[in-house]
Design a protein around this ligand. Structure first.
Ligand SMILES: Cc1cc2nc3c(=O)[nH]c(=O)nc-3n(C[C@H](O)[C@H](O)[C@H](O)COP(=O)(O)OP(=O)(O)OC[C@H]3O[C@@H](n4cnc5c(N)ncnc54)[C@H](O)[C@@H]3O)c2cc1C
Length: 456
């Protein structure tokens, strides 16, 4: 093993190399999940693909683990590790929109908030997540579920090209024409195949949407979930939205005496005309009377950032995921029982529909392995006080165990925790074997292993 001093690495990169003892080391080593307290060997604030390549080579040369950090949202904290070389992409956040071609190219460390603001200036958007602080990197590489996926497919379905630093430090372009196998693997195979320094997406005309959250009494939860299941099966594709269990935060639209109570919520996003959206969303009011709601026309980026304050950096995170092929009455009963016990205002369960444009793409056309699902459930435990870890982890595990008999074997890799690593085959689903073959070709030494790992 050759050892090189970080000083040598600093000579090889344009960005900054942050080391233990530097004033900004503690800030540079932090990731979103405060449960993760790793002390990396260096954090390379990469200024471009060459810096990423230098970090990749340095990790390989020194035999250290390489951690790649985009938005830093990974629940298992894959964006850092003890003694690792961290390739931090947070400086790579430029977004270039081509409104004529309806494409947008964004740096590998861009967050959805930044991406959406740039595309919204031209009345355009693509499928991103529910929260604006999540990185486009990890989210897209794992698939990408969000408000717009019924209309426009997963985030990865909108990926046209990626600039990638591979395990040997080369910089390549992956698209339908160039490196098509790598391009296939990037669309659902997570960070297993390389470091993406820029993503080029197809973008769509989405300006003002009609939507927002509605809170219903827990007693109405069976009826609301039952209605949602039938409604979403053939709802117009302009509708993106999901049911959730949520403690009401202290917001102006929540009656003061109901703050802190638990509700079943429906969060809607209608990307067609406001008048039509109003009619569609009104159907939920025919099922039950909302206790509180904040629904109306708003710019898409406003909805995409509306829940950011509920999930600030620095919370403890423990999540579990499940795909559902058929949402049975028994599954709904399990959700009602465990959703009602959500312990803190930051925690939640979201039940995202997987249909519409996501089902237009063949199961083997991209690496995302669960196109046969109709819902993706995430039980997202997020709480401020480490003293509450045991109770919150227990809630997530018990909830997950209760829905497991009614779920498909795998869950969405982007919602999985570190203790789901043994479930890679189920979680990558139908495409796991081809992913392993391509892993052997593109990363035989498994340099990119700090992720939901596909073993070569
Ligand atoms: C509050 C919150 C809300 C979320 N909401 C959604 C949602 O609505 N929809 C959804 O689909 N998911 C959602 N997620 C899950 C999210 O998709 C994953 O956590 C994702 O991995 C985060 O990506 P990141 O770049 O922010 O994270 P990071 O921690 O930086 O990276 C996560 C993984 O991706 C790899 N990676 C990141 N960027 C790159 C890159 N440019 N090239 C190569 N590898 C890279 C990392 O190595 C790591 O393995 C949410 C997560 C959180 C914490």
């Amino acid at each position: 093993m050759t050892t090189q001093l970080p000083g040598t690495l600093a000579d090889r990169v344009r960005g900054r190399v942050v080391r233990p003892g530097d004033d900004d080391y503690d800030e540079a080593r932090r990731v979103y999940n405060a449960m993760i307290d790793a002390r990396p060997h260096v954090v390379v604030r990469c200024a471009g693909p060459d810096d990423v390549a230098a970090a990749v080579r340095y990790a390989a040369e020194t035999g250290r683990a390489l951690a790649v950090r985009g938005g830093g949202h990974s629940v298992p904290g894959f964006g850092t590790a003890d003694d690792a070389v961290v390739a931090d992409l947070s400086l790579l956040q430029s977004v270039d929109v081509d409104p004529e071609a309806r494409t947008a190219r964004a740096g590998g460390g861009t967050t959805w908030g930044r991406f959406n603001d740039a595309t919204a200036a031209s009345g355009l958007a693509t499928t991103g997540g529910i929260i604006s602080t999540t990185g486009i990197g990890g989210l897209t590489l794992g698939g990408g579920i969000g408000y717009l996926c019924r209309g426009y497919g997963l985030s990865c379905d909108n990926l046209l090209a990626a600039e990638v630093v591979t395990a040997d430090g080369s910089v390549v372009t992956a698209s339908a024409e160039e490196e098509p196998d790598l391009f296939w693997a990037l669309r659902g195979g997570g960070g297993n195949f390389g470091v993406v320094t820029s993503f080029t997406y197809r973008v769509h005309p989405v300006g003002t949407i009609y939507g927002g959250p509605m809170f219903f009494e827990l007693a109405d939860a069976p009826a609301v979930l039952d209605f949602f299941r039938d409604f979403i099966a053939d709802a117009p594709r302009e509708y993106g939205g999901f049911p959730a269990f949520q403690i009401a935060p202290p917001l102006p639209f929540v009656p003061e005496d109901r703050v802190g109570d638990t509700f079943v919520a429906v969060v809607s996003c209608w990307s067609g005309s406001a008048a039509e959206g109003e009619r569609v969303v009104d159907r939920f009011r025919q099922v039950a009377r909302p206790v509180a709601e904040h629904v109306g026309p708003m710019p898409y980026p406003a909805l995409n950032s509306a829940f950011d304050p509920l999930v600030p950096p620095g919370l403890q995170h423990y999540w579990k995921a499940a795909f559902v092929t058929e949402l049975t009455d028994a599954a709904i009963a399990a959700h009602v029982e465990h959703g009602a016990r959500v312990p803190v205002v930051n925690s939640t369960m979201h039940l995202y529909p997987i249909n519409g444009a996501v089902h237009d793409v063949a199961s083997d056309a991209t690496a995302f392995g669960h196109r046969d699902a109709s819902f993706a459930a995430v039980i997202a435990g997020m709480w401020p006080d480490p003293g509450d870890n045991e109770a919150n982890v227990r809630w997530v595990r018990e909830y997950h165990a209760a829905i497991a008999p009614h779920s498909a074997p795998g869950g969405y890799t982007n919602f999985a925790s570190a203790d789901d690593a043994h479930k890679a085959a189920e979680n990558y689903g139908a495409n796991h074997e081809r992913l392993r073959e391509l892993k052997r070709r593109y990363d035989p030494g498994n340099l990119f292993h700090l992720n939901q790992n596909i073993r070569p």
